[in-house]
Ligand binder design. Structure first.
Ligand SMILES: NC(=O)c1ccc[n+]([C@@H]2O[C@H](COP(=O)([O-])OP(=O)(O)OC[C@H]3O[C@@H](n4cnc5c(N)ncnc54)[C@H](OP(=O)(O)O)[C@@H]3O)[C@@H](O)[C@H]2O)c1
Length: 326
């Protein structure tokens, strides 16, 4: 394979970001888009000059001229849509949250493994140049041993209304799976996949979904304090605190800037802006895996995906948060 022919499932908001990034990648082709309604697929295809449109996801995954599928549907449907793709021989890049729980995530991973197909959770922030740079700084001991991570990530999305995907419990909406996974992902990236203890407090809103939550992950003498919200705009900063200094990441989920304080040295700033919109790095990595014949990423591994799911499962239990379809 020297070119990847992409199909898109779901012609919603974030599929636009994906499509814009794919258009800039030389070995990628936007081959098809599928929506539940043919007119939506047509309107989306028109914007990005996509040659094939489907009014059914099933019809698209049966197309032999598609290699890989990007799934951007609500969290509640990721499992079903990933299965649909894998059963029809497609490689899959699926948006976060990967599925609604660890058990379903394991099942999909097992199917991908048995079919020798590439599967990855689309955790775009893992692939950003600044994320890689922060990892380097930590590995070089710039801030010493990490002792604490504090991250806030919240938006006021109430203008979208309670029926919106983000608030709708029947679509596995809520702060935890929508934005909380970012703060969890980031903590596991720097402190590890296996916290000793997980504590979570949530505040539910009118739909029954968690509109905000705060999580504490304990790792021996290290701690991560993580907060996320879909009804309140937070500072959206991250502080990675070590024994010799700290790294501050403003607008942490975009991760384009870091302010580094090393004790006894001047504070300095690193800026690594996205080349396109930030999605180009994860898509490029996914395609490199395909070109190299790999079926699992070494940056967003299955273990990483399952670790996040295990933590969200524990948080949901403590918040007494059950989705109606479970
Ligand atoms: N990586 C990021 O930065 C980022 C940002 C935002 C969202 N996301 C993730 O991307 C996914 C999609 O989010 P979005 O903001 O793009 O959502 P959205 O605008 O609501 O789009 C979701 C799409 O899902 C499809 N869909 C299939 N079954 C559905 C159902 N029963 N109800 C509603 N929609 C259904 C619809 O596609 P058709 O009707 O077109 O078929 C819809 O366009 C979520 O997993 C979200 O967490 C990621």
């Amino acid at each position: 394979m020297n070119k990847v022919r992409w199909g898109i499932i779901g012609a919603g908001n974030i599929s636009n970001t994906f499509a814009k990034a794919v258009l800039t990648l030389p070995r990628a082709e936007l081959a098809a888009v599928a929506a539940r309604n043919l007119d939506s697929a047509k309107a989306f295809a028109l914007k990005y000059d996509i040659p094939k449109v489907y009014g059914s996801y099933l019809e698209m995954v049966k197309d032999n001229e598609i290699d890989a599928v990007y799934i951007a549907t609500p969290h509640s449907h990721h499992y079903e849509h990933m299965m649909l793709c894998l059963e029809n021989g497609k490689h899959v890049l699926c948006e976060k949250a990967f599925t609604v729980n660890e058990q379903l995530s394991k099942k999909v991973i097992d199917v991908a493994k048995s079919k020798k197909l590439m599967l990855m959770e689309a955790f775009w922030t893992r692939f950003l140049p600044m994320t890689q740079k922060i990892k380097e700084l930590i590995a070089e001991n710039s801030i010493g041993e990490i002792k604490a991570i504090h991250t806030h990530f919240g938006f006021d999305l109430t203008h979208l209304g309670p029926k919106s995907r983000v608030f709708d419990l029947t679509l596995a909406g809520g702060a935890l799976l929508d934005v909380g996974v970012y703060v969890i992902n980031s903590a596991t990236m720097y402190l590890g996949n296996k916290p000793d203890k997980i504590t979570c407090v949530g505040k539910k809103g009118q739909t029954g979904a968690d509109y905000k939550n705060s999580i504490i992950l304990e790792y021996g003498d290290k701690i991560a304090t993580l907060s996320s919200s879909i009804d309140t705009r937070y500072a959206n900063k991250q502080f990675i605190v070590g024994t010799k200094g700290m790294i501050e990441v403003p607008e942490f989920w975009q991760c384009q800037k870091a302010i580094i304080t090393e004790h006894n040295k001047e504070v300095y700033e690193i800026n690594l802006p996205h080349g396109v919109n930030g999605f180009e790095y994860e898509i490029g990595h996914f395609m490199d895996c395909l070109f190299e014949g790999k079926t699992e990423s070494d940056i967003m591994t299955f273990e990483n995906t399952l670790a996040i799911a295990k933590i969200t499962d524990a948080c949901r239990k403590q918040m007494d948060l059950v989705y109606p379809f479970e």
